[in-house]
Design a protein around this ligand. Structure first.
Ligand code: ARG
Length: 497
């Protein structure tokens, strides 16, 4: 049973009140027991949609009045009644009852109690099926904008850190084995681009939600002369040119939730990227790496080991990633196999979508703060880039520059690495004689190829780790951020809260 203690509820559901006849009770001789009513109710979860529900109802009622289905006086009463209900919910004084079943019925029931006959006209030409599809679309539009803003805030911190530490060299890894030295800024900026694509995915999810289902009614459309485009326009379902966007097929409008999948998939990808960054922070803050120190605010201690400073928050984001994937899987599974059009199964979508969006929003905020307060240990990073044969490729390239085919050069340097490793030395520790014993092409200048600064500077292909190229990247990132959030190019983004 869902209860106010779910943590999702914003208002109490009075489970103790006797089940009264629901709004649809006309053809029923008895009503479900309290237990069944609780089982069937989504009110504890979907009451979060109250703002969207009221917005949608005002637009629907205004349109009904415009096309002459209800009177202007009825519309005025409905609008005022809904405003009063909104104030009560906002203030926390609205009592949700179990008979309300969901947020749509709660608001309509209360409206009828408040304004009588006019309230009973609100649902003309509408079904909860198109109503709930509308509410969730409105909700997703505002939450995806919030998430895009959250991503941009994180990207700003990444760019600031990359600027502050430009020039600092660290080991780059493949297979978590030291591979080649890179700039720390380069490594960090990789995440800038991941989050940039996440913004785009969320923008696409926003667009998928930006089509109005209202007017589909239960499944087949309605016999009332509704103006679907008027409601779509009033609710902000418009393209960049201001043209109304309505779902072209009434059955599709009430039965698909693919736009939710888009948002939750985009959220899953954000979490996946956050999780990878968390993994780096966890490794880098370990004693063994020592590349960064997390701020005390973003770490916790151990109840038994006094020396411990644990990266709990990074670990939690990594862990919560699984939760969000679970939400995506739940939604995909929920929808498969449903015949057209609406099925009550779909009521189960809210818990998953709310959980996914809440988790990603909180995780983004946590990561942004954690990164902003992280200390970068530049010396430890540079020291880490020195050992481990990080210049091996460059030594091979040096031989290539002297005419040796790369594959052969690779083999020669491999032999040098073996020689050094066997005697617990680095390439730079080898004498020129030892090197020449393996390949006579080596001379004094070969040693310059082992210089780590040189190695980094040489990687100057577009998108490479040389300081110049990373500066270019930083510039591109700044341009993107300067346009954000307007670069999301969303007509009339609707703010949530
Ligand atoms: N609470 C329902 C949901 O979230 C609203 C739609 C109910 N429609 C119906 N015909 N029972 O899906």
């Amino acid at each position: 049973m869902q209860s106010a203690s779910d943590g999702l509820a914003i208002g109490a559901v009075d489970a103790g009140c006797p089940v009264v006849r629901p709004l649809w009770g006309g053809r029923f001789e008895s009503v479900p027991s309290v237990e069944l009513a609780s089982f069937g109710a989504s009110i504890a979860v979907d009451q979060r949609l109250w703002r969207e529900d009221i917005r949608g109802s005002v637009a629907h009622a205004r349109m009904l009045a415009t096309v002459g289905v209800i009177s202007e006086a009825d519309f005025t009463a409905i609008e005022a009644g809904l405003a009063g209900i909104g104030e009560e919910i906002e203030a926390g004084s609205f009592v949700f009852g179990l008979a309300d079943e969901d947020i749509h019925m709660a608001i309509e029931r209360s409206l009828c109690e408040r304004i009588g006959a006019a309230g009973k006209r609100l649902h003309t030409g509408r079904s909860r099926n198109d109503q709930v599809a509308l509410d969730i679309r409105l909700y997703l539009k505002s939450r995806t904008v919030d998430l895009m803003e959250g991503l941009v805030a994180l990207q700003r911190v990444i760019v600031r850190l990359a600027e502050e530490h430009l020039g600092v060299i660290m080991p780059g890894y493949t297979h978590l084995q030291k591979a080649q030295p890179v700039l720390f800024s380069h490594h960090l900026l990789a995440y800038f681009w991941m989050f940039d694509r996440d913004v785009r995915r969320l923008r696409a999810a926003w667009s998928a939600a930006n089509v109005c289902p209202l007017g589909a009614a239960a499944l087949a459309g309605t016999s009332y002369p509704l103006d679907r485009r008027q409601t779509a326009r009033e609710l902000g379902f418009v393209d960049v040119a201001g043209q109304a966007l309505v779902v072209p097929n009434s059955m599709d409008a009430v039965s698909d939730r693919d736009f939710i999948l888009d948002a939750v998939y985009a959220s899953s990808t954000v979490m996946m990227h956050l999780s990878r960054l968390c993994e780096e922070l966890i490794l880098w803050s370990s004693f063994e790496f020592g590349f960064i120190s997390l701020s005390d605010d973003y770490a916790t201690g151990s109840s038994i080991m006094p020396q411990k400073k644990n990266p709990d928050f990074a670990e939690l984001i990594r862990g919560k990633t699984g939760r969000v994937y679970g939400d995506l899987t739940a939604l995909l599974t929920l929808l498969k196999g449903l015949p057209l059009a609406y099925n009550k199964d779909m009521q189960e979508d809210k818990q998953a979508v709310f959980d996914a969006l809440d988790t990603v929003e909180l995780s983004l905020r946590t990561m942004t703060g954690m990164l902003a307060h992280t200390t970068v240990n530049e010396a430890a990073m540079s020291a880490g880039a020195e050992g481990g044969f990080m210049a091996a490729t460059d030594l091979a390239d040096w031989l290539v520059a002297r005419g040796m085919p790369f594959r052969e050069a690779h083999h020669v340097v491999g032999q040098l690495v073996l020689l050094a490793a066997k005697s617990d030395r680095t390439l730079a520790d080898l004498s020129l004689d030892e090197m020449r014993a393996v390949c006579s092409l080596f001379d004094e200048q070969a040693l310059a190829a082992l210089d780590i600064e040189q190695v980094v500077a040489a990687r100057s292909t577009e998108g490479g780790t040389s300081c110049e190229r990373v500066s270019e990247q930083l510039q591109q990132a700044r341009v993107i951020l300067a346009k954000a959030p307007s670069n999301s190019n969303l007509p009339e983004p609707v703010r949530h809260d």
